[in-house]
Design a binder for this molecule. Structure first.
Ligand code: APR
Ligand code: PHB
Length: 393
């Protein structure tokens, strides 16, 4: 079998890249380790920057997002009970974000791929890149008990943090940067109306909280918990009581609680690998970087990697611009580190981590005071949150 690009992983990165390449006439094959239902079962954030929404539309998978997604013109940050509105429209010259669950956009991309008759192998085992520095790279894998080999020009590693792609690069050629935060996010999904029309990020002495949503009838809430906490120790009742204690009084009074339909704890970590390419292998999304969810940058930074590689490969195949191949990593990392910094900054300012000195606490309070109480400060937050423009190839 032969194709131009083998994409390892059918999460948001792999599916979005596959669709965009196909619409440029660049054939590709996706190899995914698990079943479609397993991929769809992952509950993840769903705040889309405008650039991501535009890519989904360009991929022919934006229709349901435009129908069902919610456009948000702002977000709130509450510090010790005082709520501050960050007005995206006013502060960024009209930009906004779309709230639309990752599960839904993944489903839309899967449907678009099925309709495009592109080849995808789910439950592909032992996917292995070969000759990634050579002239004739290929990927081997097993499916339905048979061994397969796909010759290709390029390999897109969209296989997440635990995938095979990053591990296929010789260790001496990569540098990994990591920061582990001493806590996690306990998230609860409920069929209840959101407590507020926009997201509310909460800094409280008991710890961080976030009020988010999936629709007008489905809410997503988070509270910061200790790194060693177990979800089994958190009944729904305990969760709701703790959330109410952290919310500003007027929100706590309005909060409508209900049974959880999903509840889990996610660790918080920052991670970046450099470079994001080696030979014909490119790393995208969680395969190359992880952010704490505070800035809603995980999905959006993955999308900007996809935009970079899709733009480059379109010019390679349609204009012969092979000189652009080696620009991928540097181009992605500029935006990756910007997203890392914003996520790190939001995380440290809004969480109460053990081991933070009283002096650091005062510095965090003063920094938040400056950013929230000045238009310049609110503009910086707004511009970062809605997303900086993508670089063009
Ligand atoms: N072979 C084939 N597929 C693999 C392998 C492998 N060896 N290892 C992992 N995969 C698949 C996983 O099953 C998963 O479906 O690669 C996919 C990677 O998807 P994600 O982990 O969702 O990563 P990505 O597509 O980059 O999306 C990033 O998802 O994890 C969230 O917060 C993250 O929102 C961000 C987004
Ligand atoms: C979510 O809705 O799951 C969500 C929203 C914003 C974040 C993180 C998670 O920053």
């Amino acid at each position: 079998m032969k194709t131009k690009v083998v994409i390892i992983g059918a999460g948001p990165s792999g599916l979005l890249l596959g669709q965009l390449l196909q619409r440029q006439g660049i054939d590709n094959v996706i190899l995914e380790r698990v079943t479609p239902d397993y991929v769809l079962g992952r509950i993840r954030a769903g705040v889309l920057e405008q650039g991501f929404a535009d890519l989904l539309r360009a991929a022919g998978a934006g229709e349901r997002m435009d129908q069902e997604g919610e456009v948000h013109d702002g977000v709130e940050i509450a510090v010790d009970g005082k709520r501050t509105h960050i007005d995206f429209k006013k502060l960024t010259g009209g930009k906004s974000v779309i709230v639309y669950g990752q599960t839904e956009l993944t489903r839309d991309l899967m449907e678009a791929r099925e309709n495009s008759n592109q080849i995808s192998y789910y439950e592909a085992q032992n996917v292995t890149p070969h000759e990634i520095e050579g002239e004739l790279p290929f990927v081997s894998f097993e499916h339905d008990g048979k061994k397969h080999k796909i010759q290709c020009d390029y390999i897109a590693g969209c296989d997440g943090y635990h995938g095979i792609s990053r591990k296929s690069i010789p260790r001496e050629h990569i540098t990994e940067y990591e920061e582990i935060y001493p806590g996690g996010w306990l998230g609860l999904l409920s069929e209840t109306p959101p407590v507020n029309p926009e997201l509310v990020y909460v800094r409280h002495e008991r710890g961080f909280a976030l009020c988010s949503m999936r629709s007008q009838t489905r809410s997503r809430y988070y509270i910061q918990v200790g790194a060693d906490e177990m979800v089994e120790d958190w009944s729904d009742e305990r969760f709701w009581q703790e959330l109410k204690r952290r919310l500003p009084d007027d929100l706590a009074e309005k909060l409508i609680t209900g049974p959880s339909i999903e509840k889990s704890i996610a660790p918080m970590r920052s991670f970046v690998v450099e470079p994001m390419q080696y030979g014909c292998l490119f790393l995208l999304g969680d395969a190359a970087h992880i952010v704490p969810p505070t800035g809603a940058k995980g999905l959006n930074t993955a999308a900007s990697d996809v935009h970079a590689l899709y733009s480059i490969l379109s010019k390679v195949y349609n204009e012969g611009r092979t000189d652009l191949i080696d620009t991928y990593s540097e181009r992605c990392l500029r935006r990756v580190w910007n997203g890392q910094r914003f996520s790190w900054w939001m995380t440290n300012l809004l969480h109460k981590f053990p081991g933070t000195s009283a002096f650091e606490e005062k510095i965090h309070s003063s920094e938040l005071e400056y950013y929230l109480n000045t238009e310049e400060g609110r503009r910086i937050i707004a511009e970062q949150y809605v997303g900086l423009p993508y670089d063009e190839a």
